[in-house]
Design a protein around this ligand. Structure first.
Ligand code: FNR
Length: 365
């Protein structure tokens, strides 16, 4: 139980505000139901993926803000697989001490903290890697990449396992594998990219093999209490398939699911109930939650306390990740707890945090 849990008085009854009840992920107690999802702070890290003072200051603000769980931004397991030059890295032991400082500021404020492990695959821009790789030879109007050899698959799997070991050494409570948003794992999951004919392509089990083997490798090398979750799409390649994928992840021992979008943003083929106050991505997450027993985090464009409350009170999700709205108002959770209005995210297109969050118009007000 969160010691600062808010008590609501309703018709004379005292009801504990469900947002501020604790819930475990595996054996780890998360003190409330609001999560900071992974969000790269572009322009914050110094060269070669090292944590900077800007990163520390940012995570300390987020930790003070009151979310039960902070998932640190997509942090690359390989120098050649970065999404941009200003992304955090975890491909070398030298990264551990900076990452440890992020953990320390989160733990100081009694937040649990995971780190998202990432490889961009065909989304790595030229300039970082001239020889971009993915599951199969790939070309569209914007990008091209070549098929990975089996040795390259094994080498990247090792990078992920080593990154998880470093994350544990840095003191993180767990890791999240980035299996969403068009990055490397989705390029294996999706038949839109994966045309391989070996054991890493073809049927569904083969297309998720890269992650299954990484998960096994991580489990053999970290303490049993260390949490390992995955961010996945609810539309990979459709909702039915995502439900099946979620069940398989649960069956192999993945500790939680964080449901977003997969290789692309094709909406799920499902009508939303009239009174559902969020979009199809969140709805997809709630359907996945109905099908598994491990904790599910839902996310996307959740910006109001009413939306968060609806999802948690109706037990449609275990946790609700609130991204841009917490970038706009670092005290989003404290404001809810104190019954104050939250400062509204202005929904800039694109979000200023994709360039440099210090120019976010709201938090600079
Ligand atoms: C993101 N998002 C994201 N997702 C992810 O899995 N890893 C990441 O590192 C990032 N980085 C990132 C940076 C910035 C600036 C933004 C705005 C978003 C996506 C994010 O986690 C979330 O899924 C979306 O922002 C949708 O949720 P909100 O913001 O509508 O609550």
């Amino acid at each position: 139980m969160d010691l600062h849990a808010k008590i609501i008085f309703r018709k004379g009854e005292i009801i504990m505000d469900s947002l501020f009840t604790s819930k475990n992920i595996k054996d780890l107690e998360i003190k409330n139901r609001i999560v900071v999802p992974p969000m790269v702070c572009f322009n914050f890290p110094v060269n070669n993926g090292f944590v900077s003072e800007n990163n520390i200051e940012h995570y300390e603000k987020m930790a003070k803000g009151g979310s039960g769980l902070i998932i640190v931004e997509a942090t690359c397991v390989s120098e050649n697989g970065r999404l941009s030059k200003d992304q955090l890295g975890i491909w070398s032991d030298e990264h551990i001490s900076g990452l440890k400082r992020i953990v320390e500021v989160c733990h100081k404020h009694e937040r649990k903290v995971f780190i998202q492990l990432h490889h961009a695959g065909l989304r790595t821009p030229r300039g970082i890697n001239e020889d971009t790789i993915t599951s199969s030879d790939y070309n569209d109007e914007k990008v091209s990449a070549r098929a990975m050899t089996k040795d390259e698959i094994h080498s990247i799997q090792e990078d992920f396992v080593n990154a998880a070991i470093r994350a544990e050494k840095a003191g993180f409570d767990g890791i999240e594998l980035h299996g969403a948003h068009s990055y490397l794992f989705t390029q294996f999951f999706s038949t839109k990219v994966n045309k391989r004919t070996d054991e890493y392509g073809g049927n569904f089990e083969n297309r998720i093999r890269i992650v299954m083997e990484i998960f096994e490798g991580i489990k053999q090398n970290v303490n049993s209490s260390f949490v390992v979750g995955i961010r996945m799409g609810c539309n990979e390649n459709d909702l039915e398939n995502s439900i099946y994928m979620a069940k398989i992840f649960e069956s192999i021992g993945i500790d939680y699911l964080h449901v977003s979008t997969g290789f692309d943003n094709t909406a799920i083929d499902k009508e939303l109930p009239d009174d559902f106050p969020c979009n199809w991505i969140v709805y997809g997450g709630t359907i996945i939650k109905e099908n598994v027993d491990i904790p599910v985090i839902v996310v996307n464009s959740i910006k109001t306390v009413e939306q968060v409350r609806y999802l948690i009170e109706n037990k449609l999700a275990d946790f609700v990740a609130v991204g841009r709205a917490q970038l706009a108002d670092h005290n989003f959770v404290n404001h809810i707890r104190e019954g104050k209005d939250v400062i509204k995210c202005l929904d800039c297109k694109p979000c200023r945090w994709f360039i440099d969050g210090r120019n976010c118009p709201v938090q600079n007000r």
